[in-house]
Design a protein around this ligand. Structure first.
Ligand SMILES: [Zn+2]
Length: 510
């Protein structure tokens, strides 16, 4: 049975989702988790974007060794050189060259003729080929391009050395049967198509990205480009978890296999959601909170008698074990370390030290600890790489009647201590105002959300906030058994990321 190459573009197309910006550390962390998930290819970014992007992709290439690491480039030498500069550090590098091909893009955007686009594409592939063997080519907006031009172009780039040709439905316009037919025509009409892997990249504007991808598999496509949680431009890309679980559950019909370790799906989904601050809707297929919940009495009765009466997938297959750890106040450092290892985390000494401190704090407040709690601790510790500001103390008074008042003590990386207090409309507002008195970075709060990580009143609360400063968005996350504390941590986390992005010394109000 053929295997389908799973090409993850969470860190490139997914990052293009509004507000889903990822730092270098975020990318390395996601890259390592994608490696545990065992994806075949990771598109880690678009290096020509900026110096930071070159460095972030290079960091992923150095840290993540098993999958192919891919960098995106337009067919211009500067882009391709930047892509190579970043992916050359990979054990298995790939350069992905793309250019628009539809008449509307050519006339209105690129202002180039088909002949010019064809020539640029071939030159681009040759340039990439000079750096590495593994070269992918994509005609952007393929589904709105004259098919005859696509056939001609693909033949030329395969002759130039492209080893994967990808058919993007860039604007999410295709309908499954039609898309399958289009891809089939490519297979039939491009004479040298057998020398390349054929791939698809579908967008979800009409909610058909996964369906289109599967229709393409049915006619012989052997690479699918997708994103965790279906992130991506506008309505997003085909969701990796839905594509993979479709291949998995309906192998009888689709007739192909894949290399994904499906038991890592739930954790990967949560990590990406945590890092990007983009919540997964409850009724999302496969990874939504309700995906395996049965509400009606008839359904519950069925599932209790025999799970498969209403479940086509086993929640264990995507890593939802629901297991509670046999770790408590008496569990030692070594036990905690061993457990982290079992969960697939390999932390540096410093990171481990911080995670251990947080773990002890949580254990002191909570009777039972689940793997989900540990994941939340790790995700938080690994996010706060440069802690320019640290929340040392937080005190809030509120009530009815009463004026919500917060006092905070913040320590800066260079050891200065600052204490401030403020009143607000509510306790969270008061905390934000007190912190803002210490850290003078103008920003607007865009979004604030609280959710509980596990289900009980003693659950850990997780606060995600999004702030905007000079047009850039920063996500902050904080976890604590106390949601007011979590809010303060989340705000400081976002401010630390803002400082890191601006690359300047922390301004502190005196
Ligand atoms: Zn895309």
């Amino acid at each position: 049975m053929d295997s389908v190459v799973i090409f993850d573009t969470t860190m490139r197309d997914g990052e293009q989702a509004p507000g889903a910006t990822m730092s270098l550390e975020d990318k390395v962390q996601i890259g390592k988790q994608l490696e545990r998930l065992n994806v075949d290819v990771i598109e880690a970014g678009f290096p020509a974007n900026s110096r930071q992007e070159v460095e972030a992709v290079a960091a992923v290439a150095r840290a993540v060794r098993k999958p192919i690491i891919c960098g995106l480039a337009r067919p211009v030498f500067g882009d391709i050189d930047a892509a190579w500069e970043a992916v050359q550090h990979a054990a298995r590098p790939r350069i992905h060259v793309f250019i628009s091909t539809s008449d509307i893009h050519l006339d209105r955007m690129l202002r180039k003729s088909r002949e010019e686009v064809l020539e640029m594409s071939v030159k681009g592939v040759l340039r990439a080929k000079g750096y590495c063997q593994d070269v992918e080519f994509s005609p952007m907006d393929a589904t709105r391009t004259d098919p005859l031009f696509i056939y001609q172009l693909l033949e030329a780039v395969i002759d130039a050395g492209a080893t994967t040709v990808n058919i993007p439905d860039t604007v999410g316009y295709a309908i499954p049967e039609e898309f399958g037919g289009f891809v089939k025509s490519i297979m039939d009409r491009v004479p040298n198509i057998g020398r390349a892997v054929v791939s698809v990249h579908c967008h979800n504007d009409l909610g058909l990205a996964v369906a289109n991808s599967l229709a393409a598999v049915k006619v012989g496509v052997r690479q699918i480009e997708c994103c965790i949680n279906g992130l991506g431009e506008r309505a997003g890309n085909a969701s990796l978890e839905e594509v993979v679980m479709s291949l998995h559950t309906r192998q009888d019909y689709l007739g192909v296999t894949h290399g994904i370790d499906t038991t890592q799906i739930a954790r990967t989904s949560r990590l990406v959601s945590d890092i990007t601050g983009m919540a997964v809707q409850a009724n999302k297929a496969v990874v939504g909170a309700n995906a395996f919940r049965h509400e009606s009495g008839i359904h519950q009765d069925g599932v209790l008698k025999e799970r498969t009466t209403y479940e086509i997938m086993n929640p264990k297959d995507i890593g939802l074990t629901g297991s509670v750890l046999h770790m408590g106040k008496t569990s030692g450092r070594a036990g905690f370390r061993a457990h982290l290892k079992e969960m697939g985390y390999d932390l540096k000494e410093e990171e481990f030290g911080k995670a251990w401190e947080s773990f002890k704090e949580v254990v002191a407040k909570k009777k039972s600890i689940s793997e989900r709690d540990i994941e939340a601790i790790i995700a938080e510790e690994m996010r706060t790489v440069d802690e320019t500001y640290r929340l040392d103390q937080l005190h809030v008074t509120c009530g009815e009647p009463g004026i919500p008042t917060a006092s905070v003590k913040i320590t800066t990386a260079d050891g200065q201590e600052w204490t401030e207090s403020a009143v607000g409309d509510g306790p969270v507002d008061a905390v934000y105002k007190a912190i803002s008195k210490v850290v003078s970075l103008p920003n607007q709060l865009q979004e604030f959300s609280v959710k509980s990580i596990t289900e009980s009143t003693e659950a850990m609360g997780e606060v995600t906030i999004r702030i905007q400063s000079e047009g850039q968005t920063f996500v902050g996350r904080g976890v604590s058994t106390d949601i007011i504390v979590a809010s303060g941590k989340a705000y400081l986390n976002a401010l630390n990321r803002l400082v890191a992005a601006k690359g300047e010394q922390a301004p502190v109000k005196s």
